[in-house]
Design a protein around this ligand. Structure first.
Ligand SMILES: NC(=O)c1ccc[n+]([C@@H]2O[C@H](COP(=O)([O-])OP(=O)(O)OC[C@H]3O[C@@H](n4cnc5c(N)ncnc54)[C@H](O)[C@@H]3O)[C@@H](O)[C@H]2O)c1
Ligand SMILES: N[C@@H](CCO)C(=O)O
Ligand code: NA
Length: 436
């Protein structure tokens, strides 16, 4: 029998992900040791409430409320508490004591990434975070390692399982947002505070992480434009399907040029995706991330973006990587931010738009509206009209749905301001970006 060196693994948090990580470690210890070349001994699971019900049976002697003592005795610390504090402090304590850290916590990475990576570099430790984006889907390691020799141009992704689950149920079952959210929470997909999901903040955290990694540039959370799905109505979802689209919450990270300067942009918002686009077929809590790279072309990463045991798979992968690094010796690999590109605001983004207007149904209106688009250099691709106010209404109105060619966000915003002010427009019903 091979004698392996033993590595002491501390897990912080015994919730959806933590309880599954503990169970898999206990179940597959021997096999993991053979793969890693070192034993992975679970020395404890720090929890807030030892008596809380858990998804798996963790032996009572491993449960503790003393996270700090557990951290100090560990070679590898797995942070699965979530949120900023005390997660940030615990990660720093672990790194400063020389332990490698594995986290699934996108919020702490997006808000304090540079501080944490710096702490790891100082002591030669490594911070792993495959589970923080796309749950079980390998996306961090492909960007960090496999594509390290290429030049990423764009990332287009569904990176929040909860909102995809909600939008999918609104589309396929006619649910309203609230009832679909309750189900996503019951299934363990949603964050402890689900406003992080429906407000788009969880996806924005992930966009900041992806953009930083892909473009070798620190992209902070406040540089990511963020619009959630709370304003998306069942009616919008039905109208989108009629027009040949589904509504998806997308994270878009891309290289763009503004005023002749190359930089990057990161944005999260609901968008119309054509029904024949592969992202339209991403159902339930699944995630999908498209990566467009200069040499590799288009790559797609797809699978379970949330869920306790699925996410635990990514954590276990990081555990094996960390153990192999301990066996090999040498310092961790620092995060690469050498490109240091400027991060442009949403006003510089370029995309297509669908603008829905209620307008006065009278001669010359279409020409007036077309002129407003043209005045701001926004080119119209398609227009469809239907009667809105109907026969006998005091002032008959019509609904116009206008799809534009690619335009700069600031030009579109100026167009919408002019439309709102125009006497022929009764109301701007919605403005949605069209992607894919
Ligand atoms: N659930 C998922 O689908 C999923 C997917 C990917 C990433 N994540 C991330 O994984 C992390 C954990 O998520 P989760 O779904 O398991 O959350 P959870 O709420 O189910 O579990 C968190 C656990 O941490 C414990 N905890 C809170 N404060 C603590 C403290 N001070 N000391 C010790 N324990 C404490 C809680 O009691 C709870 O058991 C989060 O960062 C989350 O964003 C979750
Ligand atoms: N709440 C997150 C968990 C995975 O990060 C989601 O729904 O995607
Ligand atoms: Na992942």
């Amino acid at each position: 029998m091979i004698e392996y060196r033993n590595l002491r693994v501390a897990v912080l948090g015994g919730g959806s992900v933590g309880s599954q990580v503990a169970a898999l470690l206990l179940q597959h210890g021997e096999e993991l040791a053979a793969r890693a070349g070192a034993g992975l001994e679970l020395v404890g699971v720090a929890v807030r409430n030892p008596d809380a019900p858990r998804d798996t049976d963790i032996p009572a002697h491993l449960i503790t409320t003393d996270a700090e003592s557990l951290i100090l005795g560990a070679d590898i610390v797995v942070e699965l508490i979530g949120g900023i504090e005390p997660a940030r402090t615990y990660i720093l304590q672990a790194l400063n004591s020389g332990a490698d850290v594995i986290t699934a916590n996108k919020a702490v990475l997006a808000n304090h990434g540079p501080e944490l990576f710096e702490a790891a570099e100082q002591v030669g430790a490594q911070l792993y975070y495959e589970a923080a984006v796309g749950g079980a889907i390998p996306i961090i390691r492909p960007l960090r390692d496999s594509l390290a020799g290429d030049r990423v141009k764009r990332i287009l992704g569904i990176v929040n399982g909860t909102t995809n689950y909600i939008l999918d149920r609104m589309d396929t079952r006619g649910d309203e947002l609230r009832e679909a959210l309750a189900e996503a929470t019951r299934l363990g997909y949603a964050e402890a505070d689900p406003t992080a999901d429906i407000g788009g903040f969880d996806a924005a955290n992930k966009a900041a992480i992806l953009a930083s990694l892909a473009f070798h540039t620190t992209v902070s959370l406040d540089e990511v434009y963020c619009e959630g799905i709370t304003g998306v109505t069942g009616e919008q979802v039905r109208a989108a399907r009629k027009a040949g689209y589904v509504v998806k919450l997308l994270a878009i990270c891309e290289r763009i040029t503004a005023d002749g300067v190359e930089g990057v942009s990161a944005r999260v918002h609901p968008a119309l995706v054509p029904l024949d686009h592969p992202l339209a077929a991403v159902h339930g809590a699944n995630n999908a991330v498209f990566v467009e790279a200069e040499a590799a072309g288009s790559l797609m990463f797809y699978g379970a973006g949330a869920g306790g045991v699925e996410t635990a798979s990514a954590v276990l992968g990081d555990l094996v990587s960390a153990a192999r690094r301990h066996v090999a010796g040498g310092p961790g690999v620092a995060e690469s931010t050498h490109a240091n590109l400027p991060v442009f605001p949403i006003a510089s983004a370029i995309t297509r738009y669908q603008v829905t207007l209620e307008v006065n149904d009278e001669p010359g209106v279409l020409a007036t509206i077309a002129q407003l688009f043209s005045d701001h250099s926004v080119s119209v691709e398609a227009v469809s009209q239907s009667v809105a106010g109907g026969q006998g209404a005091e002032r008959p109105t019509a609904t116009l749905v206008i799809v534009t060619h690619e335009a700069i966000e600031s030009s579109l915003a100026a167009t919408v301001a002019s439309l709102t002010a125009s006497p022929v427009v009764a109301s701007v019903v919605s403005v949605l970006r069209v992607e894919g």
